[in-house]
Design a protein around this ligand. Sequence first.
Ligand code: F0G
Length: 345
Amino acid sequence: MTWPGIIRAYADRIPLPEGAEVVTLHEGGTPLVEAKHLSQLTGSSVYLKVEGMNPTGSFKDRGMTVAMTYALASGIKAVICASTGNTSASAAAYAAKAGLMAAVLVPSGKIALGKLAQAVAHGAKILQIDGNFDDCLELASKTAAEYPVTLVNSVNPVRLIGQKTAAWEICDVLGRAPDFHCLPVGNAGNITAYWRGYSEYDQGLPKMFGFQAAGAAPLVIGEPVLNPETIATAIRVGSPASWTGAITARDESGGLIDAVTDEEILAAYRLLALREGVFVEPASAASVAGVLKVAADGRLPAGSLVACTVTGHGLKDPDTALLGLTEVEPVPVDPGAVAHALELV
Ligand code: F0G
């Protein structure tokens, strides 16, 4: 049977407007992959929740199916969002499916190429804003407050209802909640949603470990960052909308929110691709950089069961994947030359 998408898979837990038509691309049901190399390195059992396997290549689809179902049911004709790229790709695709217009506000020059390509392909109206994500979100919120257009950022509470399903899927596969759950944190909607998801599911509670990029770590330093900077553009957020939700997740679970450097993020990014066979975008690797950090400094006890969300697909950001690629030498059409190039002889 085809996976029905999160709304139908968890129908008893996701409230919908009366008579709503479900807008779905069959999101969710993503693989939980055993990470053998990471488990060896950390002395724990590490599993990767591979959210790049969602229809538009990121976890945003879980929230977007619910947000778009509500928007369509309300009779509105257009949706709007601010985005570092993935929310806009997801909004564009689900709006296309629903027959709604999508407007996406993105920080000029700071969105990965694959994400821009998705917004273009799905016919979204793309507005490049001369500012960062936080400026885009403020602008989108004000526009939605004054004009007939629905905001589909995670400040729209129905988005987080959808994103809780990832925690439920993990419990369903493992037979219980993990001891620790690690994930990257940007605007902080996802850590908020996971914690709510675990809290409602009665399968035990993990400690929530959130990781921000060191140049964009407002939750770690305790105040907004005016000019956030990181190679992980998806989490280049200086003033997270779900600030309180993230702190609640951290404190109620007895977890932590820490920062990882761009170097640590890139090292984890390469390790995932080269040793686990899992290609993610840089922001996603923040969770794995974090696991390695807390395992090394003793904050992750050996023998733990760890779930680590990798939030978006590596193809989203081809530029980072190709960093450091030198000229590829052409090889003559000759098996001997191929063998020579491969150093088999
Ligand atoms: N990982 C990826 C790949 C993301 O795109 C985001 C957020 C996060 C992690 C962080 O999740 O914001 O819930 O804490 N991207 C948003 C966007 C900001 O516009 O696509 P969060």
